[in-house]
Write a protein that binds this ligand. Sequence first.
Ligand code: ZN
Length: 458
Amino acid sequence: MFWTKMRKKIFVLAAAAFLAAGMENFEVVSLAAPAENGIGPGFDNMPAEASGETAETGGETSGEASAETTETAGDGAETPAETGEAAETSGETGAVDIAGLPEIGAVYGAYLYGSGWTANHEDNTWCQAGAGSYVTALRASLENQPENLSGTISYQVNLSGSGWLDWQENYGQAGSTDTAMPLEAVRFALTGQLAEYYDVYYSVYQNGAWTPLVTNGETAGAEAQGLRVDGIRLAVRKKGAGEPEEPAMPASAVDPAKPMIALTFDDGPSGATSRILDALEANGGRATFFMVGNRMRSYPSVINRMVALGCEPASHTWDHSYLTKLSEGQILSNLNQVDDTLESIAGVRTVVVRPPGGFINDASKAALAKRGTPAVLWSIDTLDWKTRNAQKTIDTVLSNVKDGDIILMHDLYETSADAAAVLIPELKNRGYQLVTVSELAGYRGGMQPGHTYSRFRP
Ligand code: ZN
């Protein structure tokens, strides 16, 4: 019971995050009662049935359709008027004219370990975790569903260590947002009358590649082979329309062969943070924000937008304490307070910490190791907090920047936001991909808990 409540709570918070970020409202009404959505006797058997039925239905439908076409042609239907009559006739006999049905689309999101729910993905788009992350839960629904057809999209996940979980629908959460265990495989199926006229196609990103598309209750992903789901692609098409086309790569995709750097902003959030997010959003870039925990409650919408844009919310301690002055117990409780607060605001916890002042010693490293946290320093110090001069900050970065740098700035000053507004498009022009610290690390050897990192050269 507690777990159910907890999951609902986290989900509602995540939904709130979407709202705050200006996303569409996903029928909050339907969220209140996910348990009533088709979890009943026999429901567990649905995938096998759905798969078999759909295959038969698919064959029958296409057989009938071509038979009708042949008959119509035999009747000498060569004019649009007569073709129209044929369609009407089929309507009178009670069948739904598939040609008259609208295109419908899937809407979906994934919970990515270490970064939270993705933004809402449109039908047939890549929904993929960054390096070092993976999918622990997903949710989906349909848009443009015709009112006269019953049914919905239903989905089930295989969570590592737990096996296949209950089927979900109506944007209910399948999987867990409170686990380090990845999904291993997924299944989607259409229910009701929708299943007679539409197919659902899906694929997962696993072991460095997208799996072949499967349909209607089949399993995508390998079970019990130690492989994790790192991304999901989902599409709905009318029967007979064939497989969906290959989607374009997302603008935010990272090319591991090209230069990349991590912009980092300390001591916020503040009123200046939004302007930095504006520049990142306009240029398809991301950054890591090492936030002071006790400031976060004043900027919940900024933090939710940060997460929605794919930026990395990270820890700079609760109160800007120097780790070297704290006991192990104090370090653990201080950093947990940051994460608990962040989770209550945006449904996510931090992966990396930046020690205030850059002060760290063996004792603080041991404390970080205990909680599984790496420490991140920097390779370019702009001294923006000291100069409060945007041009000096810009010059420092542009005259020193190299592939793999971690750049230190502070989103506490308008002059730093001024500098960011110039630097972000200019660094992009110079061919740098602006990624988060965790993404940069993921492409350059990764991070170990209790270790410190100041750059990730290729
Ligand atoms: Zn600081």
